[in-house]
Design a protein around this ligand. Structure first.
Ligand SMILES: [Zn+2]
Length: 208
């Protein structure tokens, strides 16, 4: 039996998603009204992300909340975590699927606290453009490290991911100097269907 990996969330309902492209456009318009700059997506080389029709529970995160991914990504993450455990590495989930509406709430809360839009958009994607909307991405941590801190790159877990994540189709989305002008996120890993089963990286370089 694997400890610490729950694969079912009994009685939990997946988070709501946009029911139509009109609903999605309405949320994007609200983000624009809040001050997301015109031309944001092009300037940051970001694609509009679609929310998945189906979501599978992946167990609870470090805060005890049930988290969700699209089913194939959920399966890939379970395999990744099990392989890590076999090597003595515990990977914990901080965040997984987030809806466009949820991202809009993040933006509203940060603005309400007085943070400038430019500062917010350096660390948070504008609603509609977070990879988390796709249900293919997770923010990971490991015991002994604070969630969503750059120091995660000093963990054994990060070293393990750098070496093995590609085998399971996961890649680091925002390395240092990424073309999207996001802050470095050693914790954010995204599953790409076409990369699943790819040969493991042979390089021991941490950030490539
Ligand atoms: Zn993330």
């Amino acid at each position: 039996m694997l400890q610490g990996i729950e694969t079912k969330a009994i009685g939990a309902e997946p988070p709501a998603r946009c029911r139509s492209s009109a609903a999605r456009r309405a949320l994007l318009a609200r983000a624009s009204d809040l001050g997301v700059p015109r031309g944001y997506a092009r300037a940051r080389r970001l694609r509009l992300q679609r929310e998945p029709a189906r979501l599978a529970a992946i167990g609870t995160d470090v805060y005890g909340r049930t988290q969700w991914l699209q089913p194939r990504a959920a399966g890939a993450l379970a395999a990744l975590r099990q392989a890590a455990l076999r090597d003595g590495v515990v990977l914990e989930v901080v965040s997984a699927f987030r809806s466009i509406e949820y991202q809009l709430g993040i933006l509203q809360r940060k603005l309400a606290r007085g943070q400038p839009m430019a500062a917010i958009l350096r660390v948070s994607a504008a609603p509609g453009y977070s990879e988390h909307h796709s249900g293919r991405c997770v923010d990971l941590t490991t015991p002994g490290f604070a969630p969503l801190e750059e120091t995660f790159e000093q963990s054994r877990a990060f070293a393990w991911l750098t070496r093995h994540a590609a085998t399971f189709g996961f890649a680091l989305s925002y390395p240092r100097g990424n073309p999207h002008a996001f802050a470095y996120e050693p914790w954010h890993w995204c599953w790409h269907a076409q990369r699943a089963g790819a040969a493991p990286a042979t390089s021991t370089t941490r950030h490539k």
